[in-house]
Design a protein around this ligand. Sequence first.
Ligand SMILES: [Zn+2]
Length: 183
Amino acid sequence: MLRVLFNTLSLFSLVLAIVFSGFWVRGQFAADFIRCDKNNDVMLLGVTRSGVMFLYLEGFGLIMGSPAGGGSQWSVDTAEPAGVNDGPGLIDDEKSQINFLDLVVHIGTPPFGGSAQLVVLHVPFWLLLLLTMVLPMVRFVRWRRAGRARRRLGLCMQCGYDLRGTSAGAACPECGTARAASA
Ligand SMILES: [Zn+2]
């Protein structure tokens, strides 16, 4: 049961890593984002050249004119590729709580002043890949180790059935897998 959960999580994690890799490459040419305008606030989840960015800017509509007109409006769009510090200079390096190799956490006022609240969370692709590759790597190492152990002990490579009592070269009586050449 735990093993099934571990395998499922590893696979899910691997898929995420592949998706992030895809966006990393795509991010060099185009930046996809989801935007939500609610009243005068804007929320944005998108891709930069170097990572995934969440942005919340209070009162943005008061400055730029809100397209939502009092309600909330969702949109999905693609923009020119941008770096984490590109654009309207929303992120103030000195006021950001974390600013390390494109990992940015900024909770405070925007650098252009005012009492508006700005929240920026930018997670770089290198960190996303590092995190999502942990489980698949562990899974891979375990799989290799289990394979070596089975070969060494003379067990079926597929199901682990003890083949020592069976005639050499015969297929596994349990699952029918042809025997791996002994090392
Ligand atoms: Zn077998």
